[in-house]
Design a protein around this ligand. Structure first.
Ligand code: UT7
Length: 325
């Protein structure tokens, strides 16, 4: 038995912030941002929009694409590090919004790797036979945690959500393998250090903007390239497939230069790499399912295709998922 993705969906807020808009706010240029990151614009949630709103919209679209009713869903997992609130979980809010009753729901925190982690957890519940329909969502509202005075981070991130529905199958199609990794020694490469139990909200936390994203960009960049290459090779070796067997790679949309460096090391053409960071920026846990949904809709992912998801994020966390579509 395998877990198969039977529907995908995504959502990005209507509001758009372009590089030219950012030029008006901070010392930067469209040229620098495009050359160094590949980002041209990012979607920004409205003031009254929360992570659960985006997640519910993506989730509803994935259920519709799969032809699955709310009443059939057994489990909702929301991968997010920007929840509506500390508790209840965003997954419970999404479940309520979608009219799903009689299902389990929880959030999963693995930053930008969150979707690949959540997909693997959902897969295990399908393989164990415990659940038949699992809704896996990656959603992040990064713009609420960005320091808009820090030009080295504020240009990178955007808001959005992506979702898939998993169901059991006895055929050859489905998730072939998932590999998850982490290394807490590098926890401070990307973090929101304030606002939690280590540094509870205080005037000092606000004054030092510890409730926003702090990132060591250069170091993160180098580790990301190494880990993404490693995890891709691990997935290929474990499944006895070669890079030329892949239809597409869907990597985390962190930075076009990271993706190009990984593609070069793997010797795969960029025509086989799904990229949308020019339109969305880095949407953290939403980045892979958003790109995946777009590639399904535009026909780049077709039945029978071999798809490799590659994730990397804060934690550090990284991982892969190899899927026969
Ligand atoms: O999900 C994972 C999330 N994180 C990442 O993927 C981050 C990975 N890292 C990166 O993407 C890159 O390190 C950045 C895009 C963040 C930065 O690019 P970089 O090529 O590593 O630039 P840098 O940090 O070495 O900075 C080069 C220069 C600096 O100026 P000086 O010191 O050379 O005068 C920066 O102050 O670029 C400057 N700079 C900017 N200039 C214009 C930094 N940000 C900007 C900006 N506009 N937005």
């Amino acid at each position: 038995m395998k877990a198969k993705i039977i529907g995908t969906g995504s959502y990005a807020p209507e509001g758009i912030l372009t590089n030219h808009d950012l030029e008006q706010r901070i010392e930067t240029s469209d040229k620098w941002i495009v050359e160094r990151t590949g980002v041209r614009q990012r979607h920004i949630a409205a003031k009254d929009e929360a992570t659960s709103d985006m997640a519910a919209k993506a989730g509803a679209r994935a259920l519709a694409a799969a032809g699955v009713l709310a009443s059939e869903v057994d489990l909702v997992i929301v991968a997010t590090t920007t929840p509506d609130m500390f508790f209840p979980s965003t997954a419970c809010l999404v479940l309520h919004r979608l009219g799903i009753s009689n299902a389990a729901a929880f959030d999963l925190s693995a930053a930008c790797s969150g979707f690949v982690y959540a997909l693997s957890v959902g897969e295990q519940y399908i393989l164990s036979g415990k659940y038949k329909k699992v809704l896996v969502i990656g959603a992040d509202l990064m713009s609420r945690f960005v320091n808009w005075d820090d030009r080295s981070t504020c240009v990178l991130f955007g808001d959005g959500a992506g979702a898939v529905v998993l169901a059991p199958t006895s055929g050859k199609h489905g998730v072939l393998s998932s590999r998850l990794h982490s290394d807490g020694a590098f926890w401070d490469l990307i973090a929101v250090p304030g606002g939690g139990t280590a540094n509870p909200p205080s005037e000092q936390v606000l004054a030092e903007k510890l409730n926003t994203i702090k990132m060591k960009g250069n170091e993160t960049f180098k580790v990301a390239v190494r880990r993404l290459e490693e995890v891709a090779r691990e997935a290929l070796a474990e499944n006895n497939v070669s890079i030329s067997d892949l239809s597409v790679i869907v990597p985390h949309q962190a930075n076009i230069r990271i993706i190009k460096a990984v593609a070069e090391r793997l010797e795969i053409g960029l025509d086989k790499v799904v990229m949308n960071m020019d339109q969305y920026g880095n949407t953290s846990a939403a980045s892979i399912p958003l790109a995946l949904d777009q590639a399904v809709v535009d026909g780049r992912i077709k039945e029978g295709g071999l798809i490799l998801l590659l994730a990397f994020g804060s934690g550090l966390t990284w991982g892969s998922s190899l899927i026969r579509w």
